[in-house]
Design a protein around this ligand. Structure first.
Ligand code: MN
Length: 197
């Protein structure tokens, strides 16, 4: 597990960032978190507990509740379990500098045929989320092998996040816009960035 977090630790200076170093384990059903992150470009970090770490994707537009909408999800480095609670401000100039809130969290279930690590490897996950804002089935599909194209993020896998058709599918609901606040503190990203308690 320490090995899985090598990239996470390499990217960060823990004497400067308030983010956790990692180490906590977990029991019970797997959990997920979606963090809203006001980095250079605003995005939502979807993280799924798989194999003792949080397997992570950056979703620029956040999850949709409309099954017709495909959302780009760029795979990022695995994060430690402790990260699921992280809400705070990463200093300017550090990796991922900007404010971050816990936008949604809960447990989830594997709704696919393969076990979760095998499904990640294969590039197709089917999951049923049970968050406060986001519920029901989602599919995550890798759209190609990571390219080694030059430039920032050129080696990152691109996936698509799509709502599955079930009773939670709703083309009109848009929790990304209508429920912007943290499920942990009730604060918005802007309030946290301004230091409001
Ligand atoms: Mn992020």
């Amino acid at each position: 597990m320490a090995d899985k977090l090598k990239t996470y630790r390499r990217k960060r200076d823990f004497s400067r960032t308030p983010e956790p170093k990692g180490g906590r384990g977990s029991d019970g059903p797997p959990m997920f978190v979606i963090q809203k992150h006001g980095a250079r470009a605003l995005h939502y970090d979807l993280r799924l507990e798989i194999g003792g770490v949080l397997v992570s994707w950056a979703v620029p537009k956040g999850p949709s509740t409309d099954p017709r909408v495909k959302r780009l999800a760029v795979r990022t480095e695995d994060h430690p379990m402790d990260y699921a609670d992280f809400e705070g401000v990463i200093p300017e100039g550090e990796y991922g500098g900007g404010a971050m809130i816990v936008w949604d969290t809960g447990n989830y279930a594997n709704a696919g045929e393969l076990d979760l690590p095998a499904a990640v490897k294969k590039g197709h996950l089917k999951i049923a989320l049970n968050g406060e804002k986001i519920k029901g089935g989602y599919s995550l599909l890798r759209t190609g092998a990571p390219s080694r194209a030059s430039g920032r993020g050129g080696d990152k896998e691109h996936w698509l996040l799509v709502k599955m058709r079930d009773e939670y599918a709703d083309a009109r609901r848009n929790p990304v816009n209508s429920q912007p606040e943290s499920v942990k503190s009730g604060r918005t990203l802007e309030q946290l960035a301004r230091g409001k308690k």
